[in-house]
Design a protein around this ligand. Structure first.
Ligand SMILES: [Zn+2]
Ligand SMILES: [Zn+2]
Ligand SMILES: [Zn+2]
Length: 184
């Protein structure tokens, strides 16, 4: 949007192995997405699962950005591109598959899906979701998952599913909402 003084990137990291961070709006998202698609293909191959054309298409649509996307929006995008009616169960089945393989996560509070950066490793996930730019970033914090499991266990509760989603503002949006330019 508006031109902002972009400082030379201090750290360049290909993968989000470091602390979770919100993606820079100027990052090379094309590479992000193609990397995710490549990894999905090799992951499915190693698991002897089929990344069919439909599944791949749905994954591509999910990876158009870092904002979670709803099933209906995916359906519409597919219909627009294919120029024909796509049955909703087709999209839902593809999403079920992608979710089961850890390639996408469902963001419950938005009823939407977002691509995972680390599908090779099964993990519990917590989300930070920016209300303003809609970006969702995952945390993989074992300590959070362990603390929840311990607290539930102490109550004699057996959780089947755990959803931890934080809604708020990312640093960039918080700064622009606050109106303080705060250079550097
Ligand atoms: Zn990206
Ligand atoms: Zn993930
Ligand atoms: Zn934001």
């Amino acid at each position: 949007m508006a031109t902002s003084p972009v400082s030379p990137s201090r750290r360049r990291q290909a993968r989000a192995t470091a602390a979770p961070h919100f993606p820079d709006p100027h990052h090379d998202h094309g590479r992000c997405a193609s990397d995710a698609l490549d990894r999905a293909a090799s992951l499915c191959e190693s698991r002897r699962e089929r990344l069919t054309a439909i599944r791949r298409r749905v994954l591509e649509i999910v990876w158009r950005g870092h904002e979670p996307v709803g099933a209906y929006a995916i359906l519409e995008a597919m219909q627009r591109e294919l120029g024909k009616v796509v049955a909703p169960p087709t999209v839902y089945r593809a999403l079920d598959f992608l979710q089961a393989q850890g390639l996408v996560h469902r963001v419950e509070s938005l009823n939407a899906y977002v691509g995972c950066h680390d599908p090779e490793t099964p993990h519990s996930v917590q989300f930070m979701i920016c209300r303003s730019c809609k970006t969702a970033v995952e945390l993989h914090d074992r300590a959070i998952a362990d603390a929840i499991a311990a607290a539930a266990g102490a109550a004699g509760f057996t959780p089947a599913e755990s959803v931890v989603e934080l809604s708020g503002l990312c640093g960039r949006c918080a700064r622009s909402h606050g109106g303080s330019p705060a250079p550097g």
